[in-house]
Ligand binder design. Structure first.
Ligand SMILES: *Cc1c(COP(=O)(O)O)cnc(C)c1O
Length: 395
């Protein structure tokens, strides 16, 4: 059920839909990755970075006070917020940086929206002695100033993209174009389980450590498998990481939580799985929130890391086969979950992760006290506290 039917396809989704000048560079990446993932030295180097630099394994934490507060299932949290740099993103950035070195490239290039991927990639580049170039919409450069400062300090070059809407879509196009002009120098290092083959598989494989660890840790703690695993979905990398540990365990229900924004009955959300339609975006066949003339629609979420009009193709496949379920929670529910977790457990979750916490609490109540679930805490909320304080002050 989880098999790819053709290289890079998950059912009818994924694949590689590229302009001719990008076909060969992407094929080169696919071949190099296929070799790398079968090379025990490469895998050992990656594992060493995870344990010695990221601080893995991350904790699986039993949130007793939250569980009590909710009054239902035991809630465990996979603490990706405790990783170096504060989220799951470092897992795949280090993998991509190692792959670049193996391929003899000297530079990493990527797009970033809110800047979280850019910071994680700049970190990996600094550690491994690679150059790093991050393309970012000019509007985002202005809005996300602290992350731009961080990237600069880490030695990355931030390119402000002025074209079109000067946002994530233009940043992706610009980064692709620069990569295509100099593929012998650059490795394109995408920020989620999205884009053309082989990226959805590369990023999933590097994130799968989250699910492998969580499964073993849960078995150790409870002597059985969890009833459910819950994660937020922007492009879907932290969710794919957690889910990949449980895909063959049919008794474990998998839930991806999308940003419902101001409500699915408004235009202000980014719930691609719930309301998107089949289309192509960023070189992949997937579901897309799109306008009548096929352009990606403007999207909204209180969590800038979930603000994406597409979704990873493997998620669309898991949805269609019924293996995973996709739900949405609103900005309002997210804010409430942010405050609840902070007050009950002394853990400040990222607003992205707070979506998973919100749904995890609803699910825990529904499943009742005999059940036990895992919620992926994809990142820490320090970056969000000023914004949350501002919103709460207007109440
Ligand atoms: C970027 C980010 C996300 C969203 O990305 P996915 O690829 O959907 O995982 C979620 N949580 C945090 C903390 C992030 O930084």
């Amino acid at each position: 059920m989880t098999e790819q039917q053709a290289p890079g396809f998950f059912g009818n989704y994924g694949g590689s839909f590229l302009p001719p000048h990008l076909v060969e560079p992407m094929r080169e990446v696919a071949i190099a990755y296929e070799e790398a993932r079968q090379d025990s030295t490469f895998l050992e180097d990656y594992q060493a970075l995870l344990s010695r630099y990221v601080g893995r394994p991350s904790l699986l934490y039993r949130a007793e006070r939250l569980s009590e507060h909710v009054g239902g299932a035991r809630i465990y949290m996979k603490r990706e917020d405790l990783n170096h740099t504060g989220s799951h993103k470092i897992n795949h950035c280090l993998g991509e940086a190692l792959l670049a070195k193996r391929m003899g490239k000297t530079k990493l290039i990527a797009e970033t929206g809110a800047g979280q991927h850019g910071v994680a990639l700049a970190t990996a580049a600094a550690l491994l002695g690679l150059e790093c170039e991050i393309h970012m919409g000019a509007i985002d450069v202005a809005k996300q100033h602290p992350n731009v400062v961080r990237m600069n300090m880490l030695g990355a070059k931030v390119v402000a993209v002025e074209e079109g809407g000067a946002s994530l879509k233009e940043a992706v196009d610009s980064a692709f174009a620069t990569f295509a002009a100099r593929p012998e120098e650059y490795l394109f290092a995408i920020g989620s389980v999205v884009g053309p083959h082989p990226y959805p598989s590369i990023v999933r494989d590097f994130q799968s450590v989250v699910g492998r660890e969580a499964r073993a840790q849960f078995l150790e703690a409870e002597g059985r498998l969890p009833d459910a695993a819950v994660a937020c979905v922007g492009g879907g990398s932290n969710a794919m990481g957690l889910f990949s540990g449980f895909l063959e365990d049919q008794s474990v229900q998998l839930y991806g939580v999308e940003p419902g924004g101001e409500g699915l009955d408004t235009a202000r959300h980014a719930a691609t799985m719930s309301l998107g339609t089949p289309g192509t975006l960023h070189g992949m066949a997937t579901r897309v929130l799109q306008t009548a003339d096929g352009e990606p629609a403007p999207v909204h979420s209180i969590a800038s890391g979930l603000d994406y009009p597409g979704v990873g193709p493997q998620h669309v496949y898991l949805n269609e086969t019924g293996r995973a379920h996709y739900v949405a929670v609103t900005d309002e529910q997210t804010l409430e979950a942010f405050q609840t977790l902070t007050r009950c457990e002394g853990i400040l979750p990222a607003l992205e992760s707070s979506h998973a916490v919100a749904y995890g609490c609803l699910l825990a109540r529904e499943l009742g006290p005999e059940a036990a679930i895992i919620v992926n805490l994809s990142g820490r909320g320090d970056k969000d506290v000023d914004y949350v304080a501002e919103v709460l002050a207007t109440r």
